[in-house]
Design a protein around this ligand. Structure first.
Ligand code: ZN
Length: 203
């Protein structure tokens, strides 16, 4: 699947000067919410992702997504896998927590699903919340892998920034490797492109 084309077709591959959640700057940004705007298209993506997971022999009872970004992808993946869908939320102290009456049965096999895995920080916090409740995190999944972690079948190796445990597989449809810059060294800042904007949740 040509995931870059899917994002371009949905006007979800933005170009400009962006502030990422990590604090770094980038000239390109993936706005997955746009790709997931049409459920019929979203389900085609998660059907393909579900096939990678089942072909690898991974058994899943539940998909868990970190809110807010992962919820739509997680819900559609759960539909494709025909399993339960839950999500964790920020606990206000840097971690993630299960709320809204969602429960985990000890030994329940859970896959953590994001729209995009960058360094995997949010996915790791979601996994820690599930494991603290006795769940077994069997794998991670995302539509796109932003180029720091190693996905099953992908060519690139995990970089030092990847926070996901090396002993758990990551399933993604494709790798997106865009340049990222620390604010001190950002050529877009130096070129006077204005302040980096955060397109995720602020317009
Ligand atoms: Zn910059």
């Amino acid at each position: 699947m040509n995931l870059e084309q899917v994002y371009k077709d949905a006007n979800a591959l933005l170009e400009g000067h962006f502030l990422l959640a990590s604090g770094n700057h980038s000239a390109r940004y993936l706005q997955s919410a746009k790709v997931l705007e049409y459920p019929s298209k979203a389900s085609k993506l998660t059907d393909a992702l579900a096939k990678l997971i089942t072909d690898a022999g991974i058994e899943v009872d539940t998909v868990c997504a970190p809110a807010l970004g992962g919820v739509l992808a997680g819900y559609e993946l759960a539909r494709s896998l025909d399993v339960r869908s839950i999500f964790v939320e920020k606990d206000g102290e840097g971690g993630m927590v299960l709320r809204r009456g969602f429960e985990i049965t000890p030994g329940e096999k859970v896959i953590i699903c994001e729209d995009i895995i960058t360094t995997g920080g949010s996915a790791l916090k979601a996994a820690q919340a599930i494991e603290a409740l006795g769940g077994e995190v069997v794998a991670f999944a995302s539509l796109a892998n932003r180029g720091f972690c190693k996905r099953v079948g992908g060519a690139q190796e995990a970089k030092i920034e990847c926070k996901l445990p090396a002993d758990k597989p990551l399933f993604s449809l494709d790798d997106f490797t865009f340049e990222m810059y620390s604010p001190d060294e950002c050529p877009l800042c130096k070129a006077g492109m204005g302040e980096a904007v955060k397109p995720g949740s602020k317009g």
